[in-house]
Design a protein around this ligand. Structure first.
Ligand code: SAM
Length: 277
């Protein structure tokens, strides 16, 4: 999968993609990430990328011409001819739709994604109209530029590509993991009854992940929960499921509205509401 990042600060990405999972994905050729300097697509002595806003007001606005030329140079300027099953142009914007794990899964199905990083007061709106397929925000706050957002989107998307994580299951059984029904549909089996073991005891299905522990067994007076060293896999699964439910209940109760819950889960949540646990 190829990512093209359009930015006035390409140097910002040097460190970000040179470590860990992303570095390995690039080295193995699964992911190709290119940062393009918008100033390379200017034609004046000062390499001007911004100008004052029409109508007055604060700050400066990124001009449309360098962005259009940058998109042309990477073959992604023709919105009408674009095959949206293979390519997408994304504008990073605080006014965009919220980027979520579901968006990352959508993007991971594509072959190419171009990411436009705004600066100053933002990007001339005609860029959005003419070239952009998805206007995305990484959260309800204002950053000084789209670069950190682009790095977030590249990271969250590329780790879902086959072969990037050592263990494919890692990206399914973690926070915001897909529901059993979604996974069955992705396998082309709408019932989910294809002989694969049930996974409802893990932190998938739209819940937050359960807490993790490693050695030492005791750290500064706190012992690892006994159940995890007992070797009873059913009990461990149930304990993890309850901790995932508890964490979601306390930190992100909104996720419970769409999570895939069993009768046992609902009974446990009722006990949390009553304050039994
Ligand atoms: N005037 C804009 C507003 O009020 O919505 C904020 C512009 S911001 C200072 C400059 C650039 O940072 C934006 O064009 C966008 O590319 C990026 N940016 C800021 N917040 C963002 C967010 N939450 N998600 C994604 N990109 C963001």
């Amino acid at each position: 999968m190829r990512f093209d990042i359009l930015t006035i600060f390409p140097g910002l990405f040097a460190g970000v993609f040179e470590h860990g999972v992303v570095k390995r994905a690039v080295a193995s050729g699964i992911v190709d990430i290119r940062a393009h300097d918008l100033r390379e697509f200017t034609h004046d002595r000062h390499r001007t990328v911004d100008d004052r806003p029409f109508g007055g007001g604060e700050g400066m606005v990124l001009k449309p011409e360098p962005l259009a030329e940058a998109l042309e140079s990477i073959g992604m300027a023709d919105k009408a001819a674009r095959d949206r099953n293979r390519e997408s142009v994304v504008l990073l914007s605080a006014q965009g739709k919220r980027f979520t794990q579901a968006t990352a899964r959508e993007l991971a199905k594509l072959e190419r994604v171009a990411l436009i990083c705004g600066r100053y007061e933002g990007v001339d709106e005609r860029v959005n109209e003419l070239f952009v397929d998805r206007e995305l925000s990484i959260g309800d706050y204002v950053l000084s530029g789209g670069e950190l957002g682009a790095a977030v989107i590249v990271d969250a998307t590329m780790r879902l590509l086959p072969g990037v994580l050592g263990n494919e299951a890692s990206s399914q059984f973690e926070s915001f993991g897909r529901s059993e029904a979604e996974m069955a549909a992705a396998r082309g089996n709408s019932s989910g009854e294809d002989g694969t073991p049930p996974r409802s005891t893990h932190g998938a299905g739209g819940l937050l992940d359960y807490p993790h522990y490693t050695r030492p067994a005791e750290f500064r007076g706190l012992a690892v929960p006994e159940i995890l060293s007992g070797g009873d896999h059913l009990k461990i699964s149930r304990w993890r499921r309850e901790r995932a439910l508890e964490k979601t209940f306390r930190n992100r109760p909104d996720l419970l509205e769409t999570a895939e819950l069993s009768d046992r889960d609902r009974a446990f949540l009722r006990s949390l509401q009553r304050g039994d646990e």
